[in-house]
Design a protein around this ligand. Structure first.
Ligand code: HEC
Ligand code: HEC
Length: 458
């Protein structure tokens, strides 16, 4: 394997690139030794990390089974799969993280989707009736809380060289609040499901290495600050660095997965023991409905299966990259030179994780600093969450970006899927990223195409 990669590196170096533009040969293995060789097909994000020892592959498969499982309401004859709801967003993890890839906003008139909406009052508390998340489905006898609708408006952006791009701007609203009106001025934050690859590796990046990149006061004066999120971890029982979710709300995989079981599916785990999931005290019938606990006081999700779901979520391999074309290499240099790497930090080396050799000591290429950035008014949801304010988002990793269409059947990007491709995603960048975005507008058409070819090669 290593021989092969070095060889690929040698071919790269033979091309006509300036000395400092020579890619590091390890770039073609974005997940380090955990990277996986995949066909360019719909299964590209669903492979176990190459570093998984053989005797743990079965655990991965069982975790995959839980991830794909469709839960049912209680009481039911299939006791190991019941407890859904009463209110929920989807019946299984895969319903949103389709093929372990990314979700998308709903089409006009579509109810089910892989986008969910978080809620809060203007002063940052959960909505007294609806809680922190809008559940768009309910089991028999429990109406869905409401329906998510986007009204889209189009605008044209002129680019250098006579080109134009069209952006679609969503105005999000909820139709048919079923349990009475929400708090006056309720804040909505729509999110699509992010892809699932390489997450155990991101969890293994040393906190010090992430903090070293943070520059909250922008002391270096480059216009890009970057702030580490400090959030509460139910799993660790203490404050910790937030890493997962569009606003870095979850510090560990256990926190993220327990939140998903509870808020998205209404399933109790050790960390969130309420069988009614996210039903509030105002939703009394929901709280009184039968739950799926196998015995009183036991969580609906068997603790062993919970752990295997966490294991699965940590170990989806990042695809090896193909040797980039000369055009993508040119784009790679532009990506650095116009300032994208100020946030989309190319690489880290993961720490030594006790008991997790499969994630330890890997040079990885996620293209994210895992920090929060002010992305400007255009992307703002005005809803603070965890440590992030209403304009901040965590830099998403860009590894695997070029597989989006084959895995997910679309190329819609950003936290609410408003961008229909990578160029639109960049044109939405504002705030700390305004200067980098403006440079993309000013690139010649050939250079812009090269930048996009680089993104597509990831
Ligand atoms: C209703 C759709 C939906 C369902 C069902 C769902 N997720 Fe998610 N998932 C999301 C969204 C949306 C986010 C981003 C959340 C945020 O921004 O806080 C997310 C984030 C995540 C992340 C963090 C990814 C990252 O890059 O930060 C993981 C891991 C995850 N989900 C695992 C799961 C697991 C495991 C399940 C099943 C127990 C599950 N999800 C069920 C929509 C869903
Ligand atoms: C100031 C930090 C910052 C800079 C500079 C920056 N980005 Fe981003 N990027 C982000 C954040 C944060 C998001 C997520 C925003 C959202 O979803 O609302 C993002 C999202 C993206 C996405 C979509 C990813 C996804 O999973 O949906 C792409 C593609 C992207 N950036 C490319 C670029 C390129 C190319 C450049 C350079 C022109 C660049 N970015 C510069 C912070 C930055």
């Amino acid at each position: 394997m290593r021989r092969l990669i070095l060889l690929a590196g040698a071919v790269l170096l033979a091309g006509a690139v300036a000395a400092d533009d020579r890619p590091d040969p390890t770039e073609l293995m974005p997940g380090g030794a955990a990277s996986v060789r995949v066909a360019r097909d719909a299964r590209a994000f669903s492979q176990p990390s190459a570093t998984l020892p053989f005797d743990r592959l079965l655990d991965f498969r069982v975790g995959d089974g839980v991830f794909r499982k469709l839960w049912v309401s209680s009481p039911s004859s299939t006791t190991s799969s019941d407890g859904l709801g009463p209110l929920y967003n989807a019946r299984g993890c895969q319903s949103c993280h389709m093929r372990d890839g990314r979700g998308r906003p709903p089409e006009a008139g579509e109810a089910a989707s892989s986008l969910l909406v978080r809620l809060s009052t203007p002063d940052g508390r959960p909505d007294p009736t609806y809680g922190v998340q809008l559940q768009t489905f309910g089991i028999q006898g429990h109406p869905a809380e409401g329906r998510v609708v986007a009204d889209w408006s189009e605008e044209v952006v002129a680019l250098a060289g006579g080109e134009t791009a069209r952006l679609r701007r969503p105005a999000w609203r909820i139709e048919g609040w079923a349990y009475g009106p929400p708090a006056p001025g309720v804040l909505l934050s729509p999110r699509v499901a992010p892809p699932m690859i390489g997450l155990g590796l991101l969890e293994a990046v040393a906190e010090a290495d992430i903090l070293a990149q943070a520059d909250p006061e922008d002391r270096d004066g480059d216009g890009v600050s970057g702030r580490a999120a400090r959030v509460r971890s139910a799993h660790l029982g203490t404050a910790a660095l937030g890493r997962f979710g569009w606003k870095a709300l979850a510090p560990t995989m256990e926190d993220q997965v327990a939140d998903a079981f509870s808020a998205d599916m209404g399933l109790a785990t050790r960390l969130h023991p309420a069988g009614w999931g996210e039903c509030t005290a105002a939703q009394a019938a929901c709280r009184a409905a039968p739950d799926g606990a196998p015995a009183p006081g036991e969580p609906e999700v068997d603790p062993r299966l919970f752990d295997l779901t966490v294991f699965y979520a940590r170990n989806l391999g990042v695809p090896l990259r193909a040797t980039p074309t000369p055009q993508a290499l040119r784009g790679r240099a532009l990506f650095r030179d116009i300032g994208c790497t100020a946030c989309h930090r190319p690489s880290f080396t993961t720490a030594q994780m006790p008991g997790r050799p499969e994630h330890s000591g890997q040079r990885i290429w996620p293209y994210s600093d895992l920090l929060l950035h002010d992305m400007g008014e255009g992307l703002a949801d005005h809803r603070p969450e965890g440590d992030a304010d209403g304009r901040e988002w965590r830099t998403p990793p860009l590894w695997g970006l070029g597989h989006t269409r084959t895995v997910s059947g679309h190329t819609q990007l950003l936290h609410d899927g408003r961008a229909r491709n990578a160029l639109e995603a960049v044109l939405w960048h504002g705030g700390e990223a305004q200067a980098a975005r403006d440079r993309v507008v000013g690139l010649s058409p050939a250079d812009r195409a090269a930048l996009l070819a680089f993104l597509d090669s990831l």
